[in-house]
Design a protein around this ligand. Structure first.
Ligand code: MOS
Length: 762
């Protein structure tokens, strides 16, 4: 933590944030929790093994599920013989399309406020096959081993038709699609003409492969039907959307589905509603038994979509001084007809640089595969690889320092919308990071070596949008011991969400940390949240701020005429030292305990809604960063080692430097995997994922991870709740380009296809 600035540089920002009207009533005098490094409050439970995960809940009479996966990408089931499985020891039920309950499609993620389905394909409803790996049978048995064995006894044959593949002109009809509900195309001026007339230019194509999710905790559900209601112990990024989505599938009321997911062993965009949820609940209904369905690691690859592949063109035209006259980012990604996420890789190009003309445009190609989905910084993670590699290529062409080139093209306003930025401290991040990293010591390609290792330095910009979602509500109950319990239907996948909200609540109520409990991960709690889009912290914070204001108003009413505070309005009241006080004269103070005792109340409870996220309408709100790395590349073997990484970020106010630093470091580590290792081996002929295991799908391990320093501007965003923008996803962005650019600086080789394996460097 020595690298992180743990003290806020300027007075607390969230006082300036006015969710409704009028000044924020938090007392300015009491400070200290926000910006202090606090360890995760759930960490102890996890370390002691006391945190229960989805596959550790037990229902009475529960049976275990095993799946059988299709081995073709497109076609029909021609033979399906389940007799041997049904006769096997311990088997309770074999479910196939023949006997599965009729269900409705899961509304796809992003198509509604609570829609969270990975795919709209109705699962196991007929004999047709849509992806290689689609489940064709569920076996329920008394033990997991009996279920697994019986599933292996099912005889399946298929009549197969040729799958649509990526890059095959005949079967790959490309079509426009929205880019996360933004326009497909952004055009400012005639960028192609400006490019053609530019004195300096680059015009290159980059490719990135498919990636699969590999959270430590594989997906699992334990489900039971109780009097028509569905109870789900889940590993979920969004409990309320999971409940709503499953209610749509089974045609029941949202309130009839109860999703609980207090602990999640990693998510990264993959812990949404997939077919294991639907199949477990359908089989439980059919069998009249509670069911646990735990996906094997292979099962996660077969059933849970990951990041799709991209082919990206970046072209930049520049004057002699480096100023851009044209910036073009176009390309195509594979998608299915059953989901809505065109990997939005052109988003960074829309906001990063001042340019005379701009064109961003992406197409999708329908492929017969498992629906692709969200994976940490969908779009930006791979989009910054292309864009920031191309900037480096242009810097070489111009003979300019790549940081100087970026700073010369720093925009004053959002280049695609013309909106002002709420706060953009990217140049400050660049300068601070360059000094910390020692960028001035960088040499030319081939000039720095140690034995057979060539050494290079590279850098790239990072960026991720600020987002805040509507529908946020929070409950606070303050009891007669002065303990506050917050309830939010939010999720904590290990990021520190609950810890950070404990800090925010304690700060706003003037309570010590141990007098605040944040209850989360249960769909019956208030509000709609998702642990996604780096938006959850501010989305909850806005609701907690609203609930705290409501709590103050209620307490003031209870305080009554005998109180020292009698006669004051709620707007004149703040919180300090476990009580209310007058903002103008903090010595006029009364403790919460005394107010409740005098009123004869055991507790006071409020629920309040956050203000709508209007701050994003008139401003362009984004986080930024500058990533630096040093690599060594072995001249003989082509092997690349990352020796150190420095990330210098501008994410608004940092609420908890300990968990924020972990998020940024974790993102950077995932970026190292993106750059050098991660690749789903997808057989384009058969649509089969060939490496569905951690032995063949390579991720960074400890020995691959160097010293990573992260720091931040800590400049509060005046428009964001608590002054904070998200930190969950920006860490992965820019890293692949920084590494590719460092490899170029070491060797003179430019690799444009991820991952940068040794065969591509040699
Ligand atoms: Mo993130 S890809 O929104 O979990």
């Amino acid at each position: 933590m020595s690298d992180a600035q743990s003290q806020p540089a300027v007075p607390v920002a969230h006082e300036g944030w006015t969710p409704a009207t009028g000044p924020d009533p938090v007392l300015r005098a009491r400070r200290g929790l926000i910006g202090a490094p606090v360890s995760r409050l759930d960490g102890r439970l996890k370390v002691l093994g006391e945190a229960r995960f989805a596959a550790e809940y037990v229902f009475e009479g529960m049976v275990y599920a095993a799946l059988r996966y299709a081995t073709i990408a497109r076609g029909r089931i021609s033979t399906l013989d389940t007799r041997a499985a049904e006769a096997a020891a311990g088997v309770v039920l074999v479910m196939t399309y023949r006997n599965a309950p009729r269900i409705r499609p899961a509304p796809a993620f992003l198509t509604g406020p609570k829609a969270f389905g990975g795919s709209t394909l109705p699962i196991m409803q007929d004999d047709s096959i849509h992806w290689n790996g689609e489940p064709v049978a569920v076996v329920l048995a008394a033990t997991q081993e009996q279920a697994d064995h019986a599933a292996s006894l099912i005889e399946v044959a298929y009549s197969s038709s040729a799958p649509r593949t990526f890059g095959d002109a005949e079967s790959d009809p490309r079509r426009p699609d929205h880019v996360l509900f933004r326009p497909t195309t952004v055009a400012v001026g005639d960028a192609e003409a400006a490019l053609a007339g530019a004195p300096h230019s680059v015009d290159v194509v980059y490719r990135t492969p498919r990636h699969n999710h590999n959270a430590i905790e594989p997906h699992a559900v334990t489900v039971a039907w109780t009097e028509g209601d569905l109870v789900v112990h889940d590993s979920s990024q969004a409990v309320k959307p999971h409940a709503w989505t499953l209610a749509q599938v089974f045609g029941i009321d949202e309130d009839q589905v109860h999703v609980s997911s207090p602990h999640v062993g990693g998510g990264f965009g993959g812990k949404t509603v997939w077919s294991h949820h639907v199949l477990a609940a359908a089989a439980a209904k059919l069998a009249g038994r509670a069911v646990r369905l735990t996906l094997s690691r292979e099962g996660v690859y077969r059933l849970v979509g990951g990041r799709t592949n991209t082919e990206q063109r970046v072209a930049i035209g520049a004057e002699d001084d480096g100023c851009f006259t044209a910036l073009i980012h176009t390309g195509v990604s594979a998608i299915t007809p059953y989901n809505v996420l065109a990997e939005p890789f052109t988003l960074p190009a829309r906001i990063m640089y001042a340019t005379g003309t701009l064109k961003a445009d992406q197409l999708v190609a329908d492929v017969d595969m498992l629906s692709n989905s969200f994976m940490r910084a969908p779009g930006e993670a791979v989009g910054t690889f292309a864009l920031e590699s191309a900037i480096d290529e242009l810097a070489v062409e111009l003979g300019l320092d790549p940081i100087e080139l970026r700073i010369r093209n720093e925009p004053e306003k959002d280049p695609s919308t013309g909106l002002p930025f709420s706060s953009r401290q990217l140049v400050a991040a660049w300068r601070a990071g360059a000094a910390r990293f020692g960028w001035a010591r960088r040499k030319r390609p081939g000039e720095s070596r140690e034995g057979e290792w060539l050494i290079g330095m590279g850098c790239a910009s990072a960026t991720y949008p600020h987002q805040r979602f509507p529908g946020a509500r929070a409950g606070i109950t303050l009891d007669r011991t002065g303990h506050a319990t917050v309830r939010v239907a939010a999720g904590d996948m290990g990021m520190g969400t609950s810890t950070t909200q404990t800090i925010i609540t304690a700060e706003r109520l003037g309570l010590p940390l141990d007098q605040v409990t944040v209850a989360y991960g249960d769909s019956s709690f208030p509000g709609t949240f998702q642990a996604g889009a780096s938006a959850q912290t501010v989305t909850i914070a806005a609701a907690v701020i609203a609930a705290q204001r409501e709590l103050v108003a209620q307490l003031l009413k209870l305080a009554g005429e005998e109180s020292l505070l009698a006669g004051l309005t709620a707007d004149e009241i703040g919180c300090r030292d476990e009580g209310l006080c007058e903002l103008a004269d903090p010595s006029r103070w009364e403790s919460y305990v005394r107010i409740l005792e005098r009123a004869g109340h055991d507790e006071v409870s409020v629920v309040a809604s956050a203000a709508d996220p209007d701050e994003m309408k008139a401003h362009s709100m984004h986080s930024f960063g500058a990533v630096f790395c040093e690599v060594r590349v072995n001249e003989v073997t082509g092997e690349t080692r990352v020796d150190r990484v420095v990330g210098s970020y501008d994410c608004g106010r940092i609420l908890n430097p300990k968990t924020a630093a972990s998020q940024l470091r974790g993102g950077i580590i995932m970026g190292i995997g993106l750059a050098l290792m991660e690749e789903t081996a997808f057989d384009e002929r058969t649509g089969r994922i060939m490496n569905p295991s951690l032995t063949e799908y390579h991720l960074p391990v400890h020995l691959d991870v160097p010293r990573i320093e992260v720091s931040w501007t800590d400049v509060p965003d005046p428009l964001a709740p608590a002054g904070a923008r998200g930190v969950g996803e920006i860490g992965i962005t820019g890293v692949a380009a920084a590494i590719a650019n460092a490899i170029h600086n070491a060797t003179g080789r430019r690799v444009r296809n991820l991952p940068i394996t040794l065969d591509k460097v040699l």
